[in-house]
Write a protein that binds this ligand. Structure first.
Ligand SMILES: [Zn+2]
Ligand SMILES: [Zn+2]
Length: 312
């Protein structure tokens, strides 16, 4: 499914929805809102978890995200996942890649290992019919520009080796250490260095916590931040939003997610996202703390966001 064709009929503005509690909680048609859910027990267990929290979009890993060990998705797993997904209102699926992958590494062995791991990520996404693969840009370690080039070359190799419809979305980063991608300009440069025919399969995932920590002021200049995004990257590149409040101050360069409306971002940026027409076709996924009960906490967060959408 091409992301350009993805938004289905959206018969009403959620801002115009009746202000009753049930209406605020019910998933609106095509709203594309959800959370990162666990694959404990297998990938086929993720869709029912998304269904349980009333999600219309979901994100998951396809392996243990902090291990190098790879796995392939066989036909039985792919069938099981698709069948489970078909029983939910989830319209868009997002996979987050492993935390160990560093496609920008100056160490040839580590970079090669990362590329092979990243290829396996893309292959699993293809087998499962995943809409978006979200990937953190790497750490350049030595020289920034050389790192951006290495990252782009690795992406190009992987997209070349794994054809398919999954769109690769590079995520905005908070800017700690030597990480690439904490400015829109640098993300644009990364995308530009990928050959155009492969770049067609690329987009951007904007994480609200990360950009705020990187110095984009979503609280005092929401419109300005997205105007900048459009100027530098292009509005149509925005395919996924990670909805996270932040535990750390503006421009802190730190990556600590907080519950929606309870951190330094507060409710307003999320209200703007939930009522803004331009975000309707964008997959919106929570990566907020799960506390002691993931289902209960995620449900509460989605209800909160839907109340913002309903104008509360
Ligand atoms: Zn994120
Ligand atoms: Zn984060």
């Amino acid at each position: 499914m091409s992301p350009a064709k993805q938004p289905k009929a959206r018969p009403r503005r959620s801002a115009g929805a009746p202000a009753t509690a049930p209406a605020a909680k019910a998933p609106a048609a095509g709203e594309l809102l959800g959370a990162h859910v666990s694959i404990a027990g297998g990938t086929h267990e993720a869709p029912p978890r998304a269904g349980e929290i009333g999600a219309t979009a979901m994100q998951m890993f396809t392996k243990m995200a902090n291990r190098w060990a790879e796995r392939a998705v066989d036909d039985a797993e792919a069938r099981g996942f698709r069948a489970a997904l078909a029983q939910t209102p989830v319209a868009v699926t997002v996979v987050h890649d492993s935390y160990l992958i560093n496609l920008a590494s100056p160490d040839p062995a580590l970079r090669r290992r990362s590329i092979e791991s990243f290829v396996a990520e893309l292959e699993r996404c293809h087998a499962l019919g995943i809409t978006y693969l979200v990937s953190h840009p790497g750490n350049f370690m030595d020289e920034r520009e050389a790192g951006v080039q290495r990252n782009a070359d690795a992406i190009a190799e992987a997209l070349e080796r794994v054809p398919g419809k999954t769109v690769l979305c590079m995520e905005t980063t908070a800017g700690a250490g030597t990480v690439i991608g904490s400015t829109f300009e640098e993300l644009a440069r990364l995308l530009d260095l990928v050959p155009a025919r492969l770049r067609r399969r690329m987009g951007v995932c904007l994480d609200t916590c990360h950009v705020y920590s990187a110095g984009y002021d979503l609280v005092r200049d929401f419109d300005g931040v997205f105007a900048r995004f459009d100027d530098v990257l292009g509005a149509d590149r925005l395919r996924v939003l990670h909805l996270n409040d932040s535990k750390t101050p503006f421009d802190s360069r730190r990556d600590r997610h907080e519950l929606i409306g309870e951190g330094t971002l507060g409710p307003e940026p999320f209200r703007r996202i939930m009522t803004g027409d331009r975000f309707r076709a964008v997959a919106k996924v929570l990566e907020t703390p799960k506390l002691d009960d993931a289902t209960k906490t995620d449900r509460k967060m989605l209800a909160r966001l839907r109340e913002y959408a309903a104008g509360h």
